[in-house]
Design a protein around this ligand. Structure first.
Ligand SMILES: *[C@@H]1O[C@H](CO)[C@@H](O)[C@H](O)[C@H]1NC(C)=O
Ligand SMILES: *[C@@H]1O[C@H](CO)[C@@H](O)[C@H](O)[C@H]1NC(C)=O
Ligand SMILES: *[C@@H]1O[C@H](CO)[C@@H](O)[C@H](O)[C@H]1NC(C)=O
Ligand SMILES: *[C@@H]1O[C@H](CO)[C@@H](O)[C@H](O)[C@H]1NC(C)=O
Ligand SMILES: *[C@@H]1O[C@H](CO)[C@@H](O)[C@H](O)[C@H]1NC(C)=O
Ligand SMILES: *[C@@H]1O[C@H](CO)[C@@H](O)[C@H](O)[C@H]1NC(C)=O
Ligand SMILES: *[C@@H]1O[C@H](CO)[C@@H](O)[C@H](O)[C@H]1NC(C)=O
Length: 406
């Protein structure tokens, strides 16, 4: 999405400056320089074996329809060396709710790209990973320093868009941003190469190219070239490829009036040889990114839409997770996933309550909700709308009880 708005939180940030989630929001050049001099950077390392991969790198590009993406020669080059996911769907428009959904199992009604801070009581995949001692990190191209929380940071030479908060999933969650040691692993892409050299890359990483590199302010040709340029040298780099799975996908497709389906490519030395060059047409969403990681490392769940999501087939083949087909009352082609239902971040209408996670012990996978989530939410009167079904809602088919009240 191309619009932006004044981050109102910044206006009163000084009154709450002691809290980690607000200390690094200033975007003026002098503030950035000052903060960069003292901000903490960490590179924790772990070696927890997974059932299908030992490391995952998730790369998100921007705003491209499926056919345009697969038609790009550089993405096609990568796709030939991996698996094409042809049934991968975004969850709504615009950008930011898709990013935040991909780590927390919901977008909480969000239908904008404004400055957001989700309450500390909302957990993400990061809590699940840390629970099992799995190192994680984000690499955001042109982020000025580790843990920067500002709305954006422009290119200092030409004033063009570089880093934007809306493309940084973890920073939007105060369960992450309130902890200095978590901010310290949200780094820029120069740190990726330092970590690569030092062999201190984490086991889970999310990579966001800048606003030109990812196709947002440019086109698919630029994004495809950037991606091949980034990934190709890593394919033969033993410091990176250690039973590693790379997912390349897009936040959303470009055209709002057609179904929000995007290209997904899985590549890396964790892709079995016999699957190289194949296409997997199973129904996936951004929630599959969480479910796949949960299945691979036997993690707990978030109790949200991660629970019903399909696990990527190459992983499900090894974990025993069952792949399901869409069988909702509404047929898949009639689901556009192009608008948001109500929720705490939705400015339209009512239902601004945070939904609670589903704490049920029974789910399709047998995995159970993270004990700290259960402890925080058990007995809370928040409405719960997460079913264990594969079928995900959209703005035109909202979860029960969350119809927008205008
Ligand atoms: C990347 O982050 C590091 C660590 O905070 C910082 O020292 C460096 O200046 C940043 N690089 C760029 C290009 O912003
Ligand atoms: C974005 O990153 C690319 C390299 O990946 C760099 O050449 C470019 O200057 C950066 N910023 C802009 C605004 O293009
Ligand atoms: C890489 O390793 C060197 C030597 O141990 C250390 O000084 C440096 O801080 C490390 N860099 C990062 C990014 O961790
Ligand atoms: C979603 O797509 C449907 C079908 O094309 C269209 O009627 C509707 O207006 C779209 N919604 C938005 C918000 O673009
Ligand atoms: C967006 O997804 C739809 C349906 O999955 C697909 O047919 C379409 O090609 C994509 N958009 C465009 C303009 O290609
Ligand atoms: C989580 O935070 C929201 C917003 O502050 C609040 O309404 C809700 O009661 C909290 N839930 C729990 C379990 O603390
Ligand atoms: C919570 O999950 C359980 C088991 O997976 C399911 O039976 C129940 O319907 C779900 N609750 C809601 C409110 O959807």
């Amino acid at each position: 999405m191309r619009c932006s708005s004044i981050p109102s939180v910044l206006l009163f940030a000084s009154s709450v400056a002691a809290q980690a989630e607000n200390i690094y929001t200033a975007t003026a050049t002098s503030d950035v320089a000052q903060a960069a001099a003292t901000a903490k950077t960490l590179s924790p390392v772990s070696h927890v074996k997974g059932k299908a991969f030992d490391r995952i790198a998730i790369i998100w590009l921007e705003n491209t329809d499926y056919d345009m993406a697969i038609g790009d020669p550089n993405l096609a080059w990568l796709a030939e060396r991996g698996i094409v996911l042809s049934g991968y769907h975004s969850v709504t428009h615009p950008s930011q709710p898709n990013y935040i959904a991909s780590i927390a199992g919901d977008y909480f009604g969000m239908q904008h790209d404004d400055f957001n801070q989700a309450d500390k009581n909302v957990s993400t995949v990061i809590d699940l990973l840390e629970d099992k001692g799995i190192s994680w990190g984000e690499y955001q191209e042109d982020m000025p320093y580790s843990g920067f929380e500002g709305f954006e940071y422009v290119n200092q030479q030409n004033g063009k868009n570089d880093y934007v908060r809306k493309h940084n999933p973890a920073i939007n969650y105060n369960s992450v941003a309130s902890k200095i040691d978590r901010l310290a692993v949200i780094k820029n892409l120069t740190m990726f190469y330092k970590d690569l050299e030092n062999e201190t890359l984490p086991q889970w990483m999310f990579i966001t190219p800048n606003m030109t590199s990812d196709g947002h302010d440019s086109d698919i040709t630029t994004a495809g070239a950037w991606t091949r340029n980034f990934v190709e040298p890593l394919l033969n780099d033993k410091r990176f490829m250690q039973n590693t799975l790379v997912l390349i996908t897009f936040d959303e497709n470009e055209t709002y009036t057609i179904q929000n389906r995007v290209l997904g490519i899985l590549i890396g030395d964790a892709v079995p040889q016999h699957l190289v060059g194949t296409t997997d047409d199973s129904y996936y969403t951004h929630y599959s990114e969480i479910a796949t990681v949960e299945a691979n490392w036997d993690l707990h769940t978030l109790g949200r839409f991660d629970v019903g999501a399909n696990v990527f087939k190459l992983v499900a083949d090894k974990t025993g997770d069952k792949l399901r087909q869409w069988s909702g009352k509404v047929e898949l082609p009639s689901m556009y996933f192009n608008s948001s239902y109500a929720g705490p971040f939705n400015e339209d209408g009512g239902n601004h309550r945070y939904p609670g996670p589903n704490l049920s012990k029974v789910g399709p996978s047998g995995r159970t909700v993270l004990p700290s989530i259960e402890k925080a939410w058990r007995g809370n009167p928040a409405p719960v709308y997460y079913t264990p079904d594969l079928e995900t809602p959209d703005g035109q088919h909202p979860p029960t009880g969350y119809e927008p009240v205008v």
